[in-house]
Design a binder for this molecule. Structure first.
Ligand SMILES: Cc1cc2nc3c(=O)[nH]c(=O)nc-3n(C[C@H](O)[C@H](O)[C@H](O)COP(=O)(O)O)c2cc1C
Ligand code: SF4
Ligand code: SF4
Length: 314
């Protein structure tokens, strides 16, 4: 076994309290790269609304959800682009919004929050004053305030939110995927998928309503829990900078075949291939490498023997 970054000495170098303050006050700075993953899913030439959805998806649930929402928008009489912001290797794309009426953001729930790469992506966008927007999140067991937290970033860009949606999907956090029990196994099921399509269709109606009556109040997403509940305290302790100390990764050298897929797929380029993968400091704990390694050679705390999540069945 080879241990990844964050040996115990790191804990001494960076005191936990300093990380907590830094995480609370500042954004963790991740390089934002984007690529157009799929060109327009256009069914109508005379569309009512042109939408663009930016999505982050570690293991495919959110990507599937975003595709279903796009299908719904097209069925409702609009058209929709999907832009994948997951990968680090993708070339930067000049972000123009001139031709876009409705901007969507889609992401999974990571420890009751949106992934840090998504909040950083939104943080780095220009202000889009008066533009209409919507949110779409997936979760495996408890979304808590993920939508509200995503909304708080989006409204800083002066986007007016018209709706949000949460789709339940199979749990991808390997440490709580047990052989005998996997939360939401097999989801999104037919009903979940249908819900995402209907949400997309409904977005077109909502868009028309907001255009006809600009005085309509923006959509508000409430946090399910107020501050200082046990779950919110745990969420605070589990902030990105801290959980990587708890969940160091290690590679089983007997299983690893040095294929390099983990380094290729890491959303923030936090894996360097020497002979074997080496984990760097900028890991955002998305568990993508652990789940997608074809040899199941990457382990973290409490992952040993747990089945990996290879993505939804299309
Ligand atoms: C590191 C990590 C943390 C997670 N935390 C939560 C959580 O707090 N609440 C929840 O409901 N699901 C949680 N999940 C499950 C994912 O949100 C869910 O499986 C999601 O659909 C994955 O989407 P993706 O395949 O697009 O990455 C977590 C998954 C990972 C990998
Ligand atoms: S994906 Fe798995 S097998 Fe391939 S290099 Fe990474 S750890 Fe090794
Ligand atoms: S090293 Fe693994 S867990 Fe960390 S960001 Fe990269 S893919 Fe995600």
């Amino acid at each position: 076994m080879r241990w990844g970054a964050y040996p115990p000495t790191k804990l001494l170098q960076t005191p936990i309290w300093l990380n907590l303050v830094r995480e609370t006050i500042f954004f963790y700075n991740v390089d934002v790269t984007t690529k157009i993953a799929q060109s327009s899913v256009v069914t109508n030439r005379q569309w009512i609304v042109k939408a663009r959805v930016f999505y982050f998806s570690s293991t495919g649930n959110t990507r599937l959800g975003a595709e279903l929402v796009a299908r719904g928008i097209c069925q409702g009489g609009g058209c929709c682009d999907l832009v994948d912001i997951t990968d680090s290797g993708a070339e930067k794309v000049a972000l123009t919004f001139n031709d876009v009426d409705l901007v969507g953001f889609a992401c999974p729930t990571f420890v009751w929050k949106p992934p840090i790469k998504v909040t950083d992506f939104i943080h780095n966008l220009p202000e889009l004053e008066g533009r209409l927007g919507f949110l779409f999140c997936t979760c495996g067991w408890e979304p808590e305030g993920v939508v509200a937290k995503l909304a708080s970033e989006v409204v800083k860009k002066k986007i007016i939110l018209i709706d949000s949606y949460i789709m339940w999907a199979e749990e991808s956090m390997t440490m709580i995927r047990w052989r005998r029990f996997i939360l939401n196994r097999g989801r999104p099921n037919a009903e979940d998928r249908d819900g995402a399509i209907r949400f997309g269709e409904n977005l077109v109606h909502k868009y028309k309503q907001y255009k006809d009556d600009p005085s309509l109040p923006p959509h508000r997403s409430k946090r399910k829990f107020s501050c200082l509940t046990p779950i919110s305290i745990l969420g605070c302790l589990a902030r990105q900078n801290l959980i990587k100390y708890y969940f160091r990764k290690k590679v089983n050298l007997e299983l690893c075949n040095q294929c390099g897929l983990c380094a290729q797929q890491c959303p923030v380029g936090a894996i360097k291939m020497a002979d074997y993968p080496k984990f760097c400091d900028n890991c955002i704990m998305c568990f993508r490498c652990i789940n997608l390694c074809p040899q199941d050679a990457i382990e973290s705390w409490f992952t040993k023997g747990n089945p990996r999540y290879k993505g939804p069945k299309i």
